[in-house]
Design a protein around this ligand. Structure first.
Ligand code: NAD
Ligand code: SER
Length: 315
């Protein structure tokens, strides 16, 4: 039976991942942790501890006390927040990851490390973006994600740590709001559509990005950790993809359910610049071939499920 520590568990991904991990492996076997208290099911459904991943000793004590054999390392500072405080982004995203990998080396844990579409930059082929290609990101978040991918490979090759990971596209979910990224518009739009029937978007109408519904992201994270290691050629930083859309296309899909919904645009140059530097579509052939990756949700299925669940949540 696995004993799992999740860092950054109070965030957008953790709020969904912890619940699924507890259903799969037993609540008592999943320790959620973060530097802030969780809301909702994560706090109620099993153990939670305050753990700062930038503190090596605190991380190691948490692993030892809980007898963890697997770490899902989600703690991070996202793209837009990272640009406001690059030093903090570096400390958390790289310092915290290095601590996690070092504790995993000593305490013999497997580690899941999420990378991102942000690990690519303006010189990367954007459509489709190959699994192995140019990675010259222009955000501090992206810099830490590329370095994190390399660090994960290094700990596997040098010390045999079982590191695995995926490059998440922009993630859409109704459970917890996102933590300050460039793709947050694709969540905000649903809240505003239900509450006000209109949304002012901070990206341009034609800003296409690679996106994914949270249930698929959770499925990918668990499947890659359970994959047969013999089949893994890439191991870390698998491209995964499910859908690609622009703000305009997403608004059209929402209008099918809320015909009076309107969208207008007040473009934020910082986040538009970041979006312009990221892939429009990831090529996820390697994930499909090496561990049978396949998403369940396309744009229309995601929009329908988001509206049903968010309406219940906001009622
Ligand atoms: P989030 O911002 O919602 O959550 C991150 C959590 O990390 C927060 O709860 C925060 O309190 C916590 N945290 C910050 N500093 C910490 C520290 N020092 N120690 C412990 N916890 C700390 O982010 P998320 O969307 O849940 O992202 C999870 C992972 O997925 C990150 O690695 C992120 O880069 C990656 N990712 C997310 C997306 C997305 O669209 N959400 C896309 C690509 C990759
Ligand atoms: N959703 C994330 C962001 O916008 C991408 O990793 O920062």
């Amino acid at each position: 039976m696995k004993r799992i520590l999740v860092t950054g568990a109070s965030g957008q991904v953790g709020s969904d991942l912890v619940v699924t991990l507890r259903e799969r492996y037993g609540s008592e076997n999943v320790l959620a942790s973060d530097i802030r208290e969780p809301e909702g099911a994560v706090g109620r459904g099993g153990p939670f501890e305050i753990v700062d991943c930038t503190d090596h000793g605190v991380m190691e004590q948490a692993v030892v006390r809980f007898k963890a054999d697997t770490i899902f390392h989600l703690a991070a500072i996202l793209s837009a927040v990272g640009e406001a405080d690059p030093h903090r982004a570096y400390e958390v995203n790289l310092g915290g990851l290095e601590n996690t990998l070092d504790v995993a080396r000593v305490r013999e844990c497997a580690v899941f490390i999420p990378s991102s579409i942000a690990a690519f930059g303006p010189s990367t082929p954007p459509d489709p973006t190959p699994q192995v290609t140019i990675q010259r990101p222009t955000t501090i978040y992206g810099v830490t994600k590329v370095a994190g991918e390399l660090l994960a490979d290094y700990f596997h090759l040098r010390f045999g740590v079982d590191t695995r990971g995926v490059r998440y596209p922009g993630l859409i979910s109704w459970v917890t709001e996102p933590g300050g990224g460039t793709t947050d518009y694709a969540v905000e739009i649903f809240y505003e559509a239900i509450r006000k029937g209109r949304y002012t978007c901070f990206l341009k109408p034609d800003a296409q990005l690679d996106m994914m519904y949270m249930p698929d992201a959770i499925k990918a994270s668990i499947e890659v950790m359970e994959a047969d290691p013999v089949r893994l050629i890439n191991r870390n930083a698998f491209n995964i993809a499910a859908m690609q859309f622009t703000p305009e296309k997403l608004a059209d899909a929402i209008k099918k359910h809320i015909p009076d919904f309107t969208i207008d645009y007040d473009v934020d140059p910082l986040r538009q610049g970041i979006a312009d530097s990221w892939p429009k579509r990831l090529d996820d052939t390697a994930a499909r071939e090496e561990w049978d990756w396949e998403p369940d949700y396309d744009l229309d299925a995601m929009v329908e499920d988001m509206l049903v669940n968010l309406r219940k949540k906001l009622a």
